[in-house]
Design a protein around this ligand. Sequence first.
Ligand code: HQG
Length: 180
Amino acid sequence: MGSRRAGADVVRLSRRLSHVLRHAPDSAGLTLDDAGWVGVDDLLAALQLTRSQLDDVVGRNDKRRFAFDDSGTRIRASQGHSVPVALGYGPAVPPDDLFHGTVERFLAAILAEGLRPGSRHAVHLSPNAETARRVGARRGRPVVLRVDAAAMVQDGATFTRSANGVWLVDAVPPHRLSRA
Ligand code: HQG
């Protein structure tokens, strides 16, 4: 029971951290630098956390959403931001196929106009269909789309890969999408 309680606390804190580090640092009185980093001590003070609580949430996070810098004195979200940040991931060559999980109600628009980033910086793509299925399932019965990343590279698209393995691209045109 203790560990279930602790698990719920970790999830709650993870959500709070996602909100602060991706979308609303000012809600905690924090400012991110250009690359999305914030000082660990500032974050601990703002959220009234201990370092070991923070380490626990970062270490146990199911998607490794947060990363410390090399010195361990700064932390950021690895992807998913809506506030302007330049994450600085270099261009990377994706696998030939990537996947995107969505739901039926978005399909007509997606197949007409392609994948758009919405409120986030980039379209988020998964390296396998199973991960994409889970992403789609957040919103209902999942639909998995295959992205012809190899053809997009030929077209000149630039992909980056976040520290936690999510593939990011500005947009995916409809003719590079098919149902997986
Ligand atoms: C859809 C989570 C209509 C798109 C996940 C998605 C991921 C369109 C929604 C990460 C569209 C955007 C990102 C178009 C895209 N017309 N709908 N043209 N283009 N859409 O949450 O990819 O848990 O911003 O299919 O696991 O769902 O937060 O993106 O349904 O990795 O760490 O518009 O967020 O990670 O939704 O999820 P989102 P996403 P975390």
